[in-house]
Design a protein around this ligand. Structure first.
Ligand SMILES: Nc1ncnc2c1ncn2[C@@H]1O[C@H](COP(=O)(O)OP(=O)(O)OP(=O)(O)O)[C@@H](O)[C@H]1O
Length: 239
């Protein structure tokens, strides 16, 4: 059975200043890949390329998938229509996504179910908690069942319980698609990542799973856990 894959071949992005992203050579498979790195490392630049909002300066990103190259993108500050109910909003998104009329209700109920919002479907968006609103943001990227989901800092500003519920939703939806999550939070990496890509100054400083990342922890690097110390080590923060 073929599965979804995002292939980056010699991808670079030059904004015209001193920063250049890449060249990146990555093949990202299904499951959750966490993209980690300090401010300015190039995470948002990569997301804009992967979301086709921006074109690479050189190289190519190609999304391969049995269902076609569809994607969902949750920006850091999604704008949700506060006066609508969850269901009304998602039905509107389904219309925007050109889902045939007869299939819209089902697409919406699947997206609500996958993000744990079925019971909230009749509630106005303004009445949702921060965590539920963030899950609705994910639901709206899922209505058309995309092969690739790009989530930019999805857990920022949530309390610990909301973060856990959101991470569960993200893990749940990664079963049959590629999910790339950009995050600053080490606990998100621990709770979510099948694979971690650490970007530093536009280049891949690490690409692998959590146990192999933890092996890189310098004992004198700042942090309370091996995972924190290994990321700090890669950033050059070791004392
Ligand atoms: N449109 C642009 N024009 C010029 N320079 C840009 C543009 N977009 C980003 N940059 C520069 O590219 C570099 C990488 O920025 P990017 O936003 O990709 O980093 P990031 O890892 O997402 O950081 P953060 O965690 O702060 O969001 C920065 O030096 C930034 O100033």
């Amino acid at each position: 059975m073929s599965t979804n894959r995002l292939v980056c071949e010699d991808v670079t992005k030059d904004h015209g200043g001193s920063f250049t992203l890449g060249p990146l050579n990555l093949e990202i498979a299904q499951g959750v890949t966490c993209l980690v790195g300090p401010n300015g490392a190039g995470k948002s630049t990569f997301f804009r390329l992967a979301a086709s909002v921006d074109k690479p300066t050189s190289g190519a990103l190609t999304l391969h998938g049995p269902g076609g190259p569809s994607l969902g993108y949750l920006p850091q500050e999604p704008q949700l229509p506060k006066a609508a109910t969850c269901e009304e909003f998602l039905l509107y998104v389904a219309w925007l996504q050109r889902i045939p009329t007869a299939e819209r209700a089902r697409a919406v109920s699947v997206a609500l179910e996958r993000t744990g919002l079925t019971e909230q479907r009749k509630r106005k968006i303004r009445q949702l908690s921060g965590g539920m609103a963030r899950r609705l943001g994910i639901a709206h990227t899922l209505v058309h069942d995309p092969a690739l989901l790009l989530l930019d800092e999805p857990t920022v500003g949530l309390d610990p319980r909301q973060r856990i519920a959101l991470r569960e939703s993200i893990s749940h939806v990664s079963a049959d698609r590629i999910v790339i999550v950009s995050t600053h939070l080490v606990e998100d990496v621990r709770g979510l990542a099948d694979r971690v890509v650490v970007l530093n100054d536009g280049s891949v400083a690490f690409d692998g799973d959590i146990p192999s990342l933890e092996e890189l922890a310098a004992p004198d690097a700042p942090g309370d856990t091996d995972l924190e110390r290994s990321i700090a080590t890669l950033m050059g923060d070791a004392a």
